[in-house]
Design a protein around this ligand. Sequence first.
Ligand SMILES: Nc1ncnc2c1ncn2[C@@H]1O[C@H](COP(=O)(O)OP(=O)(O)OP(=O)(O)O)[C@@H](O)[C@H]1O
Ligand SMILES: [Mg+2]
Length: 372
Amino acid sequence: MIDWHYPRPELAHEHLARLFDQGLSRLAFFGRRRIGKTEYLQRDLIPAAAEKGVVNTFYCSLWENKDQPHLALIRALQDALPSQRGKLRGKAGLNLGVIDFSAEVERADRPRPALANELTLASASFQQWVKHLDGRPGLIILDEIQHLATSTAFTSFAAALRTMLDMAPPNIAVIFTGSSLTDLQRLFNDQKAPFFNFATVVDFPLLERPFVDHLARIHREITGLTMTTARLWELFDRSGRNAQVITGLVSQMVLRKSVDIDATWADIETELTGAGGWCERAWADLLLSDQAVYLLLLEGQELFSESSLALYDALGFSRGSAQQAIKRLINRSLIIRNGHGRYERIVPILDQWLKLTGKTSQTLTPPTAHAP
Ligand SMILES: Nc1ncnc2c1ncn2[C@@H]1O[C@H](COP(=O)(O)OP(=O)(O)OP(=O)(O)O)[C@@H](O)[C@H]1O
Ligand SMILES: [Mg+2]
C-alpha cells in the first residue's frame, strides 16, 4: 500500500538531539490546528526515538478522555508497560475525512476532578514505568496538553502530573504538544501556572513546499498523471498550511484521476464556502465580540482605537470582552499573534467568504432581546 506520510527525519533528529544530547529534556510544541503535529510525533519522532536507543516511549492524548484526562494518562501508562504493548498505527492512506480548517474549541462536557486514589494510581503506574526503564532512556509525549488549562476541575491532576514529571530521573524526556495557543501559554508561561518554566517552548515548524511535491508524487505514482505543483502550493499556503485540507484535495484528485486542481478545489470550496458550508458554520459559532474583532482585523483597523472601542460599545460589550475575543480567535486557529505582536488572520478562505457575503464591522447588529 502506498504510504501518504511525508516523513520529516531531520526534524526528528534535531528534536531528539535536543532532548537526549543537549540536556533540554522537556520541550513544548506550539502550533495551530491540523498542521501535522500528531502525525509527526507518531510517525516520525517515536520511531526515530526507538532507533536512537530510547527504550520506551509512551504517547498520551489528553483528549482521549476529555472529562477525565487523568484516566487517559493512566491508560497510556499501563499500555506502555511491556506486557501490554503492541498497538502500532497503520500506514496513512487516502484522506477522505471531513475538511476542517480550524476545529471547534474542544471542551469537556462534564469535567471531573481526579479522585485521590486515581492520582495515586497514576503516580504508581508512572513509578512502575520508570522502574521498567531502569535508567535507560525513555520518552513521554503528552498531546493536547492545553486541555488541562480548560477547567479548574483539572487543577489537581495538572499539579500531580507536574510533581510526577519533576521527580522523574534525568533519563526521561518529555514532549508536550497542543494546538490551542492561549491555553498552552496559560499552562507554561503564567507564574502561577502548573508547568511554569517547566519546558522550553518551541514553535512547531509548518510543512513546506517539499510536502506538496511529495503529494504530487504520490498522485503521479497512482494515476500516472503529472500535475503542476505551484498551484497546489498556493492553495496549501492559502489554507493556513492545513495538512488535512491539502491531503484531502489530492485524495479527491486521485479518486477522480484528475490533474485539474482548480476544478477539484472548486468542489471542495463549495463545501467550505457554500450554503451551510464550513465558513458559514464557523462564523455562526463565533460570539458577536469575536466577529467584531475579526472583521476589524480584516478591515485593517486597530483593535483598540477610539472608533473600535465605540463599535464594541455600540454592540454592547466591553474592551475586556474584545480581549477575550482575541484569545478565542487564537484558540480557534483563526488568527495568530506574529513576532511583532500584531494579529494576523490565517484562514484566507474565511476572509473571501466574508467579502462574498458582504459582512463588515458596520453590518453587525447588537443583540435585540436579552438572553433568557
Ligand atoms: N507528514 C504528513 N504527511 C502526510 N499527511 C499528513 C502529514 N501530517 C499531517 N498530515 C495530514 O493532516 C492531517 C492532520 O494532521 P495532524 O492530526 O497530525 O495535525 P495536528 O497538528 O496534530 O492537528 P490538531 O492540532 O488538530 O491535533 C492528518 O490526519 C493527515 O491526513
Ligand atoms: Mg494533534
